[in-house]
Design a protein around this ligand. Structure first.
Ligand code: ADP
Ligand code: MG
Length: 363
């Protein structure tokens, strides 16, 4: 196992890239700590698979380096990197039995038969495929084929990292939840470094200790699920994580104060000096409440989501969602919104541009 470092990585699929738009990865500098459970989260096309394939060696980056424990492996072929990669669609040998498929990565490395038998039995039990071990892979359902594919990725215990590229795409929804939980358990047991790629925030947040959020070939934030929820470094993270996502309101600055629709809005703390560009105020619906005073607007939609309601309020042309416990107002009502200052942040050109107020020192 190893710490994996990505240094000044850039990748273009074009032979002569002209501008940033020609790069599938723009500039990635990242450390994956040994033993971490990571999710790589971002929308389709943002460069997740490109990044994984560079780590595994299926792809050589246009620029930059990959280091395993400080050693440059950029030019090493995949089979010399000791990596397990599970793809979106099953990669198994149809003519082999399930047992032979699971044993293959070990047999290939000359592991002794007794150890192989033990490891295969463990993995099979974890994936609940013990009863089909002697069936030919060809006849299996897509679910089971993908489970075997995952098993092949998990069977070796001497790998640097196990990477999953949207592995649950073909899996039935109720099984998805179960497998994800199993992977998490497995990580806690074997403590391999694991990188789990997904475009689904629920998958990312339940699996990972650290989530790496990507957009457009760039890493926009790395943090625990709580950190990403609490303090999105970019409005994209605010949108992408949370349901509904963070409210983003057009803003201006006057005399060091943030204004929305001409009204001063208290922020978490001071605005970064020299802030300019397109300004927005970000606040999650969980921190917007209805009161007797505050910014007035009209309720444009009320949706019931189980234990609470999401009330959408329109002010000028901006829609703001609030999570409301108790009886919600009706569509068309005039309400007043109160924003929790400590959870209200300023963003400039998408990036956070306010600093939390200094905590009072415990003097
Ligand atoms: P993700 O896995 O996040 O969906 P990818 O890494 O597959 O994203 O793709 C990132 C970008 O690179 C996309 O714009 C995609 O169209 C482009 N791309 C991916 N693979 C190739 C390829 N083999 N040739 C050219 N462009 C590619
Ligand atoms: Mg992909």
């Amino acid at each position: 196992m190893a710490k994996i470092t990505l240094k000044n990585l850039r990748h273009s699929y074009y032979p002569n890239p002209k501008g940033p738009d020609d790069f599938a990865l723009k500039e990635v500098d990242l450390d994956w700590q040994d033993g971490g459970a990571y999710a790589l989260l971002g929308p389709s096309g943002c460069g997740k698979s490109t990044l994984l394939n560079i780590i595994s060696g299926l792809l050589e980056p246009s620029e930059g380096q990959i280091l395993f424990d400080g050693q440059d492996v950029t030019k090493l072929p995949p089979d010399q990197r000791d990596i397990a990669q599970v793809f979106q669609f099953p990669v198994i040998y149809d003519t082999m039995t399930v047992r032979q498929n699971l044993a293959f990565p070990l047999k290939n490395r000359g592991v002794d038969p007794a150890t192989i038998e033990k490891r295969v039995a463990e993995i099979a039990e974890m994936l609940e495929v013990t009863d089909i071990l002697d069936r030919k892979a060809a006849g299996l359902s897509p679910d089971n084929k993908q489970k075997i594919s995952m098993g092949r990725g998990l069977v070796r215990d001497d790998v640097n990292v196990v990477m999953f590229d949207e592995p649950l795409t073909v899996i039935d929804p109720h099984l998805k939840w179960k497998l994800r939980t199993k992977l998490k358990e497995l990580h806690q047991r074997v403590s391999h470094t694991m990188i789990y790629v997904t475009h689904d925030q629920t998958e990312a947040l339940t699996f990972a200790d650290q989530v790496v959020v990507m957009q457009d070939g760039e890493v926009v934030q790395i943090g625990t699920p709580e950190e990403l929820f609490e303090r999105p470094a970019h409005t994209f993270v605010g949108h992408f994580i949370g349901s509904p996502g963070m409210n983003v309101l057009p803003a201006t600055i006057k005399d060091g104060q943030a204004l929305f629709n001409g009204t001063a809005v208290a922020l978490e703390g001071p605005i970064h000096p020299g802030t300019k560009g397109t300004l927005e105020i970000g606040i999650r619906p969980e921190f917007v409440s209805l009161g007797d005073t505050g910014i007035a607007g009209t309720v444009s939609r009320v949706s019931d989501v189980g234990r609470h309601a999401v009330v959408q309020v329109t002010i000028a042309d901006t829609k703001i969602s609030a999570v409301v416990n108790g009886t919600p107002p009706a569509t068309g009502d005039t309400v007043h919104l109160q924003l929790t200052a400590a959870q209200t942040r300023l963003y400039a050109d998408g990036w956070i541009a306010s600093t939390p107020a200094q905590k009072e020192s415990a003097a």
